[in-house]
Design a protein around this ligand. Sequence first.
Ligand SMILES: Cc1cc2nc3c(=O)[nH]c(=O)nc-3n(C[C@H](O)[C@H](O)[C@H](O)COP(=O)(O)OP(=O)(O)OC[C@H]3O[C@@H](n4cnc5c(N)ncnc54)[C@H](O)[C@@H]3O)c2cc1C
Length: 322
Amino acid sequence: MKIAIIGAGVAGLTCGTLFAERGWNTTILADEIGTASTAAAAIWYPYDTGPTNRTISWALVTYERLTNLLSDADSGVSMIQMRMYSRSGDLEIPDWAIPLGAKWSSSEIPTAFVSGFTLDVPLMDTAVYLDYLVRRFNRAGGVLDLCKHVFDLEGLDSAFDVIVNCTGIGARTLVSDSDLEPHRGQIVCVPKLNLASAIVSDDAPLMYAIPRRSDCVFGGTNDISDDRAVDDDATARIIDECSNVLSIEKPHPICVKVGLRPFRRTGVRLESARLTDERPVIHNYGHGGSGFTLSWGCAEEVFRLAIETFLRVTSARSHETN
Ligand SMILES: Cc1cc2nc3c(=O)[nH]c(=O)nc-3n(C[C@H](O)[C@H](O)[C@H](O)COP(=O)(O)OP(=O)(O)OC[C@H]3O[C@@H](n4cnc5c(N)ncnc54)[C@H](O)[C@@H]3O)c2cc1C
């Protein structure tokens, strides 16, 4: 079974690793390693994505897979206490978070907020984790073919039995999907801070401070825009807001990153289709602000669809031959 995966962000690399480790002859074709993925804060939490009836089960599968990686120091995955706060009213603990141990935050609510809950979640150190996926993929025999722009899925080498489309916001042009909307996000990396928890608030202004092994991620922004250039005013606003909430001196930025969350108005597209020569294509894009959070759950569903579709096609072919 020969499979081509288009895209080497977290979606494509996770699918690639899963297929290669299960014995498929797997090639990833992509312009570059990640676009949105390299800018992500990469904390596990469903945000700016949908539909909820599908995303929560993908997120829970991913939660489990990521916790299995905690013992592997090279993976860049750790567990962190996340404090999710509301600026205006009582925050509801989502039903799915209760079995994971979410609890009301009773003490030390920063003055900017009025209520909140805590939840222990996996955190991926973005660059370390993407490198780890590349290594796992290569070790399993996968081929990573970069600087390869795909203009048309129909034109892909007929030697590939199955194609998986993990192009994120690139699917807007590759498959003319007008439901995709670029939700531009900017983060600022600052020197390591001694924070015991990640502090997050989805209420405007969106704010998060996520301590990592060697730095801290301050965020963020979420605007509909294709502009991947750094906005210096946004950098200043992010540093102001995070420093205010944490009651610290403003730190100097080490780096600033911008990415386009591939938000899809009708929800994540995870479904199979056919090329004109009947070859199966499985679309897996449009994860919005949750590509890391949904990655393993979606990859498992892509795998299930690939097996199902391929069996259907081969059984139809054998009927024709008989
Ligand atoms: C600031 C910010 C913070 C975020 N924080 C989090 C977070 O904390 N947790 C979380 O879960 N998610 C977070 N996200 C969202 C997450 O980053 C995205 O959902 C995820 O990266 C999408 O992954 P992807 O692989 O689909 O797309 P991408 O990472 O964008 O990768 C797309 C890939 O497709 C390739 N490609 C596209 N078109 C073509 C083509 N025609 N031919 C060849 N190659 C092509 C690109 O080169 C790239 O390799 C954040 C995003 C941003 C911007």
